[in-house]
Design a protein around this ligand. Structure first.
Ligand code: IPE
Ligand code: IPE
Ligand code: MG
Length: 261
């Protein structure tokens, strides 16, 4: 079950060596990414921070393509947190504009590659023109059955949990609903998505920054010092190879050891 990687990895390249190590029957179903380090990338080059965000679009393209080519079904990208409103107004405005322009340009490419776009977060508070573009592209791609790209925008993990509780209360479900982990998770923004198997964070920060707090209970974490605009398919393949070396025990013991208990 080796997918056709022609044109994606060059023969003899480091990428090809990595791709050959991948067991395609055990791919992560869902990969989530905290795309961090755009500002530092720009500052190192004495450029305005927005240039780092602009350069980050190339990394997005590489990771989306890598997921599509490998056959990964879900990719969630943390693009704007609820806390990111604390940044200078100008940076925030330009970030939303960048997203809007990106969607306007890339819509045909998404359709061509069968990519479905969905958004998680407090969508109602996203600036109207960016929101309109998001809704347009989400609607346009709703029947695409390849990779699902989930954009986390105006997203906060704690807010998501509080919003789920509010939805349950507003629907008058308290008392009637048999509340357990499964039924609760159906009220989260991610109701239709499996939990991430692998979470990648770039720029070397060892923190979660309020991302998918509920969903990452048993996710494997992979942190790299590479800044997001420098992140390429090679790094993504490294993360997948590394992920497949891990033993996911989910609190149990390895089957081999039970007989020695
Ligand atoms: C991540 O890069 C992009 C967003 C949070 C929108 P940063 O802008 O956080 O870059 P650093 O962390 O300042 O380098
Ligand atoms: C996390 O990055 C949010 C996104 C990548 C969208 P931040 O740069 O905002 O996180 P902190 O401030 O380093 O925790
Ligand atoms: Mg940052």
């Amino acid at each position: 079950m080796f997918p056709d990687l022609k044109g994606f990895v060059k023969p003899g390249s480091e990428e090809e060596k990595l791709a050959r190590q991948i067991d395609f029957s055990r791919l992560p179903r869902h990969v989530a990414v905290i795309m961090d380090g755009n500002g530092r990338w720009a500052e190192k080059r004495s450029l305005p921070r927005i240039e780092g965000h602009r350069a980050g679009a190339k990394a997005v393209q590489e990771v989306v393509e890598a997921c599509g080519r490998l056959g990964i079904k879900y990719l969630t990208l943390y693009a704007f947190s609820k806390e990111n409103w604390k940044r200078p107004k100008r940076e925030v405005a330009r970030l939303w504009k960048l997203l809007e322009d990106y969607l306007r340009k890339e819509d045909k490419q998404l359709i061509k590659n069968k990519i479905r776009l969905i958004v998680i977060g407090q969508i109602e508070a996203i600036p109207p023109s960016a929101r309109r573009e998001l809704e347009r592209v989400a609607d346009l791609t709703k029947d695409c059955d390849g990779l699902t790209v989930v954009l986390a925008l105006n997203y906060g993990g704690r807010t998501e949990i509080v919003d789920a509780v509010k939805k349950i209360c507003a629907a008058g479900e308290i008392g009637r609903l048999e509340l357990d982990e499964d039924s609760f998770s159906r009220y989260l923004y991610t109701a239709s998505l499996p939990d991430p198997d692998l979470l990648i964070r770039t720029s070397g920060e060892f923190r979660i920054s309020n991302f998918l707090l509920w969903q990452i209970a048993y996710t494997e974490l992979w942190i790299t010092p590479v800044l997001w605009p420098d992140f390429r398919r090679k790094h993504f393949l490294q993360a997948v190879v590394d992920y497949q070396k891990r033993e996911r025990r989910f609190g149990a013991v390895h089957a081999r050891t039970t007989q020695h208990a």
